[in-house]
Write a protein that binds this ligand. Structure first.
Ligand SMILES: [Fe+2]
Ligand SMILES: [Fe+2]
Length: 341
């Protein structure tokens, strides 16, 4: 049996060929993918491309690898109830956090040529500023690659402090690391839809180098300001995803109207049948951002050294409304310390 291979195949391709050859097919015309093949950023919904972006490593013994964090279930109504919100700055620390977020947002929008129109005027944007599917994905990928940093830095520093001071952390570390994991899942999901080119990769590298170090030293100086900063950053994330959802529903992103969420997303969010479209995916991600907004505003309100994590605690009176990991209870501006401790 002669099998013609047209380029260097990966292990998976070899298996396809081998099994087809065993069935007796003389020459195979299956589309081969090569590990060197490049796909620059594109929002074209092509299932074959999407499927093979970072495929799981092929090993003879391992079937699949699970994550230890299971995402809470969100209902469609809960996700629809997510709203844009803003926590008023109340003191100088809040103003530092808010000012930094506003400055970063202005810088990012200016550099990338993004203009956020007042609600209802999106259709009037000139073509230069109109958002396409490709432009959205580029923006999401860049922002999510940054969004995964704070939780990891906060979790790492609290972990080290617990080791150093030889005392309990009271549950903060897990929530912070889980937030970082959740943001990374946002990134991996978008990467199933578009592959960044070298310019984007370089931008992410540079931005991570600067942002990681800036956040690391800021967190050493004032974790309270850092959590407020993330709270305000997440307010912006909710605004951004709300606009994308509105644009999609208004018919301005036609390629996404029939696009299905990638398998990685279906598995991670446990998306039910009939609720696996691109629109649903954006609703899930926006709801996550709304939860991060609440969590970080709440953490900023607490005593950083003493207070237990309200999202990992059992309450003396469970019938009273209290913080939860899911979005059944959502407090956009965060919980005040007196209401949770
Ligand atoms: Fe995110
Ligand atoms: Fe986020």
């Amino acid at each position: 049996m002669n099998v013609t291979l047209r380029s260097t195949p990966c292990l998976r391709c070899v298996r396809i060929y081998t099994s087809a050859a065993a069935l007796g097919t003389a020459e195979l015309r299956l589309p081969l993918h090569s590990k060197t093949m490049k796909r620059y950023i594109t929002s074209t919904p092509q299932q074959t491309k999407i499927k093979e972006f970072f495929p799981p490593p092929e090993t003879p013994r391992i079937k699949e690898t699970d994550s230890s964090w299971v995402h809470p279930i969100y209902t469609e109504q809960q996700m629809r109830d997510v709203t844009i919100a803003h926590r008023q700055a109340k003191n100088w620390a809040d103003w530092i956090a808010l000012g930094t977020v506003r400055m970063l947002r202005w810088g990012m929008d200016t550099v990338t040529g993004y203009r956020h129109p007042p609600e209802g005027t999106e259709a009037a944007l000139t073509p230069r500023f109109a958002m396409t599917e490709k432009k959205w994905l580029t923006r999401f990928i860049f922002l999510e690659s940054i969004a995964g940093v704070p939780g990891m830095v906060g979790g790492m520093l609290r972990h080290l402090r617990s080791l150093r001071k030889m005392r309990r952390d009271n549950g903060w570390i897990e929530t912070l690391l889980e937030e970082a994991y959740n943001e990374r899942m946002h990134l991996l999901t978008f990467l199933k839809l578009a592959e960044p080119g070298w310019f984007m990769r370089l931008s992410v590298l540079g931005a991570q180098g600067v942002f990681f170090n800036a956040f690391f030293f800021s967190y050493l100086f004032s974790p309270r300001i850092c959590h407020r900063f993330v709270g305000y950053l997440e307010e912006e994330a909710v605004i951004t995803y709300t606009r994308a959802i509105n644009e999609l529903e208004a018919g301005r992103l036609p390629e996404w109207e029939t696009l299905e969420a990638p398998q990685i997303a279906i598995t991670y969010w446990q998306m039910p049948e009939g609720q696996r479209s691109m629109r649903d995916l954006l609703l899930y991600i926006r709801a996550d951002e709304a939860k991060h907004r609440e969590v970080n505003h709440t953490l900023s309100n607490l005593d950083q050294a003493q207070d237990p994590n309200p999202y990992a605690s059992k309450y003396k009176d469970p019938s009273k409304l209290h913080p939860t990991k899911a979005i059944d209870v959502l407090k956009p501006t965060g919980w005040e310390r007196k209401d949770v401790m």
